[in-house]
Design a protein around this ligand. Sequence first.
Ligand code: PBG
Ligand code: ZN
Length: 340
Amino acid sequence: MRRLRQNAAFRRLVRETTLGVDDLLQPFFVVPGHGIKEEISSLPGNYHLSIDCLIEETKKAQALGVPAILLFGVPEEADKDLYASGAYAPHGIVQEAVRALKSNVPDLLVTTDVCLCEYTPHSHCGVLKDGYLLNDESLEILAKTAVSHAEAGSDMVAPAAMLDGQIATLRGALDSNGFQNVAIMAYSAKFASKLYEPFFKEGTQSALKSGNKKTHQMPFYNSDEAMREIALDIEEGADIVMVKPALFYLDIVYRARQQFQMPLAVYNVSGEMAMIDAAARLGRLDRNRIMFEALACMKRAGADVIITYAAMQVAQCLNGKRLCIDAESLPEAAMSGVNV
Ligand code: PBG
Ligand code: ZN
């Protein structure tokens, strides 16, 4: 076996998996205000951005070759209510940001996260009754939210709430409002994971005040159930299906790859990034090399699209190349000064 491993040229020749900027989707967090660019400490290289700064950052992403972004809104506490009306407000934070993006960075593919947890005071993903997340009542609000994102110019909506029937509901609402071309990337197998904590503690500042999300997100010990979730989303009209988180869940990714001939996304979530970053800060792991290894392994497991907070940093390391033929041979110079 070692003949084909003896040098980089042999290894390149028989390489089965590649990682490139075209695979990556960079999340962004948009906040009200002007001139705001504040780093999110648990997600180094990621910021809370007001719309003007978001435009500057997304122009950088585009110049680096990153094809698509995923947008999250972080509204003021005062704009939250029990029916999440801020989520579909015509001049809400996401709606205004999408309009600005479409007029300033028109070729960048804009995906908008569709969930209500950033817009309710308790941070649950919809309307509660006696502590239980109501399905159909919340779906109605999610559908209005998706349509309002489409009206603002979103290219793709990403429903994240794990409610039953959400893909069919959103597809129907988009179509009947004239948005047949707006795609849906479904958070299909989204697990109730503790790995999201840095995201909602610092990213969207939407930590739950009480309860948990186990009545709608998937239990992490199930795998057949994930296949049923994905099958339903495909039937209901999803264009891209997703497994989330990524690293602990690569068996699910592999199974989905085998079972469904669909574009498959993985979400390399905040906690995965935070673990690698923390180990690197302790001097235990080489942050950039580990990040490349993690992302390449997600591709090997079967992912087509990777949502990662390191997308722009990876693109920077690749330094104009679209494809990372061989991460091990990236020069140290390309790695140093960049935190992947
Ligand atoms: C819901 C949403 C969450 C994440 C992405 N979309 C939080 C949740 O469902 O609890 C987590 C992403 C991450 O941890 O990086 N709007
Ligand atoms: Zn949510």
